[in-house]
Design a protein around this ligand. Structure first.
Ligand SMILES: Nc1ncnc2c1ncn2[C@@H]1O[C@H](COP(=O)(O)OP(=O)(O)OP(=O)(O)O)[C@@H](O)[C@H]1O
Length: 328
């Protein structure tokens, strides 16, 4: 349903051309939900904007629903829904926005009114149709954004950080709507997010982009399994000293370092923890917490990109695990 080959996009900047997307190959099947993850500036939005026909690729090709995103822009737009990062507020009433969107998609006034009412019902907006968009809550606004993206019943829905800035309850509510939609319709979903649990819970497969290139494409489970073993997480204000001492005593457990944590990937963490703690004590490293756990998607992401999605700080010693470079 979505295919890209060698997709690139360069921008001119003051310091010369920069390649935001540097050769992306990907393939998403009909009805599949894919989570598109990457650190800040990795190229997610640029890729999505190209797939949605909002930005012209510098080179490479992409098709959505079998239609070329450059040569068949108008046709592609009829097949896709796009929910961007922030819906606008303003004085327009929610119902007017829905009807206008439906008209823009080529419906008659009567069809648009019918479809708007149906979408409003679907997303619990019926009572809010007369309310100006600027007076909707964050969660209500996001539901309206979803309704706007789906009012013309697209085959593919692109969501760019749909729950950014929402409180946990509104986020869970939006997830419920997305799950129900997928259960009812054979909708293909392409979702960028900074919330790993969102990708883990909603998506069949995860694509990780870093430096404008896809560095992993697999199920969340397979990505976690690639790491294997356990992860020891040491929380400390002395991450540098902690990582150095850990590397001396456990040279085979490479540390990934974020703002206040050192993550050590070990085959047998429980057995080796006592000698590690002794060495850290001898090195004068004060720990505020120690945790041993199975690798999470966050650990897989940290290992793949060297960065934590949450902290967005470079890790000092991360290196890619063997990962497929091409999706499917
Ligand atoms: N119009 C532009 N002109 C110049 N550089 C740009 C432009 N748009 C994006 N970039 C740069 O391209 C790179 C990729 O940006 P992009 O927005 O695609 O990343 P992202 O993964 O979506 O990041 P984020 O998670 O922060 O939204 C960044 O370095 C960004 O600064």
């Amino acid at each position: 349903m979505i295919q890209a080959q060698g997709l690139t996009r360069s921008f001119r900047t003051r310091s010369g051309p920069m390649e935001a997307v540097a050769g992306v190959d990907l393939s998403v099947a009909e009805g599949e939900a894919v989570g598109f993850l990457g650190p800040n500036g990795a190229g997610k939005t640029t890729t999505v904007r190209m797939l949605c026909t909002l930005l012209r690729p510098t080179s490479g090709t992409a098709t959505v629903a079998g239609l070329d995103v450059v040569r068949q822009r108008a046709e592609v737009r009829r097949q896709i829904g796009y929910v961007g990062q922030s819906g606008s507020g303003g004085d327009h009433r929610a119902g007017d926005e829905l009807r206008t969107q439906a008209r823009l998609q080529g419906m008659t006034a009567a069809q648009a009114a019918e479809r708007a009412a149906e979408s409003a019902e679907r997303f619990e907006l019926t009572e809010l149709l007369d309310r100006p968009c600027g007076r909707l809550s964050g969660g209500q606004r996001r539901r309206l954004d979803l309704a706007l993206g789906l009012v013309h019943r697209p085959k593919v829905l692109f969501l760019d950080e749909p729950t950014a800035g929402l409180d946990p309850q509104s986020r869970a509510n939006l997830w419920e709507h997305l799950r129900a939609l997928r259960a009812e319709q054979n909708l293909t979903v392409f979702l960028t997010t900074h919330y790993l649990e969102e990708a883990d819970g909603l998506c069949d497969r995860i694509l990780v982009i870093d430096g404008g290139k896809i560095v992993a494409a697999d199920t969340a489970k397979a990505l976690k399994d690639q790491i294997g073993g356990d992860v020891i997480i040491l929380e400390t204000q002395q991450v540098g000293d902690c990582a150095a001492a850990a590397a001396r005593v456990l040279p085979d457990c490479r540390p990934d370092v974020t703002a206040e944590r050192v993550h050590l990937h070990c085959a047998d963490a429980q057995r080796r923890l006592p000698e590690l703690l002794k060495a850290l004590d001898a090195a004068g490293v004060a720990l505020s917490s120690v945790e041993v756990k199975r690798p999470s998607l966050e650990d897989a992401f940290l290992r793949l990109t060297g960065r934590s999605l949450r902290e967005d700080r470079p890790a000092t010693a991360a290196a890619p695990v063997s990962a497929p470079a091409v999706a499917r």
